[in-house]
Ligand binder design. Structure first.
Ligand code: CUA
Length: 328
């Protein structure tokens, strides 16, 4: 963290320099035209001042070259800004496929984070340097916003849906984490720190709980597998009994295209799975009866993320083998 006053926060992610470059460009263009217009106003005011009380100005009929110049130039500049910004936006929204998947739940007034290996933390986020990290985020109450200035990364955290973002830290160190959306009395205290570590130290940190053993939880997918049994999801989504399958299989579901009763199709992403657990009738899978009850109010946000982690895990099996997983 920077001790002294600085105009810009540190640059500590792969995107930081690119975001700053666009920002400098916008400032430079705005500064250039603001100065130009300011100087021209003074220059023309002097040059075309009325010199005698009877002086009449000549009417101007127009000038095609001028019209073209001040149409094409701003259009070109605007398109450069648009293209540049869109390119950066796509880079910032699409996480690389080898990214670590971390889950973030915001609530008044704290950040709860879970690592794929099971470690949990509150108001702190430890990440390895040089590794893309994808955050899947939701809120238990109101809208928050996850903001890491040094990474030039900010994403709203919204109740009832998932937002995702990603970053790759380039420099070990500690950085600020802020909530950037006013969320109530203690909004200003909804802060934390990001600790970027060398990969070896990160592995170490994952293993030893820094003295807080309670934060060394089970991996989200293991907890999800247990929930899958406890909530009896396995009854309908497990192996078919007597040739009848009450619910669609979830094996290899994540990321696939699902055909719906309505004739439409959807991609099975985090948002779709979440909705199907809480509001099963919203997107009924083709060929199945509308018999699934809602789990609204029975599974909290962290539980939902754990179920999703389980369903997306590579070794995912909804068959009775899940019983042994759950006992680990
Ligand atoms: Cu949470 Cu502001």
């Amino acid at each position: 963290m920077q001790p002294e006053f600085a105009l810009f926060p540190e640059k500590a992610s792969t995107l930081a320099a690119r975001v700053d470059a666009l920002y400098y460009f916008l400032i430079a263009v705005s500064g250039f035209f603001a100065t130009l217009i300011f100087l021209l106003v003074i220059y023309f005011a002097v040059k075309y001042r009325r010199r005698s009380a009877t002086e009449q100005p000549q009417p101007i009929e127009g000038d095609l070259r001028l019209e073209l110049l001040w149409t094409i130039l701003p259009f070109g500049l605007a398109m450069i800004m648009f293209g540049w910004g869109a390119n950066l936006y796509f880079s910032a929204s699409r996480a690389p496929s080898d990214a670590l998947n971390l889950y973030v739940v915001g609530k008044q007034w704290m950040w709860k984070i879970q690592h794929p290996e099971g470690r949990r933390e509150i108001n702190e986020l430890h990440v390895p340097v040089g590794q893309p990290v994808k955050l899947t985020m939701t809120s238990e109450d109101v809208i928050h916003s996850f903001f890491i200035p040094a990474f030039r990364m900010k994403m709203d955290v919204v109740p009832g849906r998932y937002t995702t973002t990603w970053f790759e830290a380039t420099k070990a160190g500690e950085y600020h984490l802020f909530c950037a959306e006013y969320c109530g009395t203690k909004h200003s205290q909804m802060i934390g720190r990001i600790v970027v570590m060398e990969p070896v130290q990160y592995e170490q940190w994952l293993k030893n709980g820094n003295g807080t053993a309670s934060m060394l939880g089970e991996a989200p997918e293991v907890a999800g597998a247990r929930l899958f049994q406890e909530q009896r999801c396995v009854t309908c989504h497990g192996a078919d009994v007597g040739g009848v399958k009450l619910g669609p299989s979830l094996i290899g579901l994540f990321g696939k295209t699902v055909q719906l009763q309505s004739g439409e199709s959807v991609t099975a992403d985090e948002g779709y799975i979440r909705e199907s657990i809480l509001n099963p009738m919203a997107k009924l899978v083709a060929g199945y009866q509308p018999i699934m009850p809602t789990y609204q109010g029975q599974i909290d946000e962290e539980g939902l993320l754990q179920l999703i982690a389980y369903i997306r895990s590579p070794g995912k099996t909804a068959e009775p083998a899940g019983e042994t997983r759950a006992e680990q």
